[in-house]
Write a protein that binds this ligand. Structure first.
Ligand SMILES: NC(=O)c1ccc[n+]([C@@H]2O[C@H](COP(=O)([O-])OP(=O)(O)OC[C@H]3O[C@@H](n4cnc5c(N)ncnc54)[C@H](OP(=O)(O)O)[C@@H]3O)[C@@H](O)[C@H]2O)c1
Length: 342
């Protein structure tokens, strides 16, 4: 089998490894990858060796965690899937692998395209930005940062009943946001941003900001545009790989006097589902896998179509080229897929 291995910052290799699929243990599942997806923000941070994220493996390390494949074999006790099923998992970029029944894995329903389904776990995280901050239908939501996670949040907003306003740092990304269903879109440094937001929300303001960009100016925008007593849902890793900030992120004028609530998009899913977060498996309501299942359901039954934002498809043998492109922050690059058939 082939697997991508990051030996150090910007030192990515496709390596050949043995894989014995002839003696599966009772709970083991053998999967052959069809496509894997590149998560630009997280994968770029790992690739360039940005500030270490708690829990992330050290080098040499695997990369990628959105994988769609076909079940090729199952052990005698496996019940969740059978041979021939399509599944999305959170496995690294690799041609085939053996996992077990307890690992994160969701069956793809018939009728959902591979190139949509492979984004299920990423979109589940975008949906978590709403759930964690107790979103209510009808609210005005601004998504700040239009990478894959942000554009996922943009696509979900109208389906969830939000008035969705996209805020980015490039016209290309604003155009993509419009394609994904944003009702309005503005540049974060538009000098009239606040007045325009006031106008499009009829004076009611932004109830919830979903912040998906790491840089401090994006955080500042989020706090400045949210209404009094509004909420900010933070999925980005603030300040990761950025220069030190030059303002107090919790100054009275930005935070206390405005009564804002900040929500970290991690851990349990929220007060309605207190045991639901963190785990990957199906046990908990809105666990990662349950949320991914919900995304697949929306892909099957609504206009949710993540593949609309696929800008590049690479054979896995060209993976280094793709990582170098995201390293150089090419703006026209967004949805990137690797195909694994030789
Ligand atoms: N919490 C979690 O569990 C979790 C899991 C996965 C990912 N993440 C994090 O979530 C974040 C989003 O992921 P992603 O893959 O969507 O990342 P991404 O592609 O880097 O998306 C962020 C986008 O925001 C843009 N941006 C930068 N400064 C901005 C500003 N001031 N105003 C508006 N937009 C701005 C970036 O542009 P430039 O490229 O020009 O900077 C980029 O297009 C990353 O920080 C990632 O590490 C968190």
């Amino acid at each position: 089998m082939k697997i991508a291995n990051l030996r150090g910052p910007r030192d990515l290799h496709i390596e050949e490894r043995p894989l014995d699929t002839s003696n599966l243990k009772p709970d083991e599942i053998w999967i052959r990858t069809r496509v894997s997806a590149l998560k630009i923000g997280t994968d770029r941070g790992n690739y360039e060796g940005a500030e270490h994220v708690p829990g992330a493996p050290v080098y040499p390390r695997w990369v990628g965690d959105s994988n769609l494949g076909i079940v090729m074999g199952v052990g005698s006790a496996v019940r969740r899937v059978q041979v021939g099923d399509r599944v999305v998992t959170r496995q690294p970029h690799q041609s085939e692998y053996i996992t077990n029944e307890a690992a994160s894995m969701v069956k793809v329903p018939e009728g959902v395209d591979d190139e949509d389904a492979v984004w299920a776990h990423l979109y589940a995280l975008s949906s978590f930005c709403y759930r964690k901050a107790h979103f209510e239908p009808g609210e005005n939501v601004a998504v700040v940062g239009l990478g894959t996670l942000g554009l996922g949040a943009v696509a979900l907003g109208p389906l969830f009943g939000a008035h969705l306003i996209a805020i980015g740092n490039s016209p290309t990304r604003l155009e993509m946001a419009q394609r994904m269903g944003a009702h309005e879109g503005f540049l974060y440094n538009d000098p009239d941003l606040k007045a325009k937001l006031d106008d499009v929300t009829g004076g009611s303001g932004i109830d919830l900001v979903i912040l998906t960009a790491n840089p401090w100016p994006a955080y500042r925008t989020a706090l400045e545009i949210v209404r009094l007593h509004g909420r900010v849902s933070i999925v980005s890793l603030l300040g990761r790989g950025e220069t030190d900030l030059d303002f107090n992120p919790l100054s009275m004028s930005l935070f206390y006097t405005r009564g804002i609530s900040l929500h970290a998009v991690s851990g349990p899913t929220g007060y309605l589902y207190p045991d639901g977060g963190g785990g990957s498996t199906m046990e908990n309501r809105f666990s990662n896998d349950r949320a991914a299942e919900h995304m697949l359901f929306l892909m099957k039954t609504t206009s949710l179509e993540p593949k609309k934002l696929i800008t590049h498809r690479f054979h896995y043998s060209r993976m280094v080229e793709a990582y170098e492109m995201i390293y150089h922050r090419e703006k026209n690059m967004l949805g990137v897929l690797f195909t694994w058939e030789d």
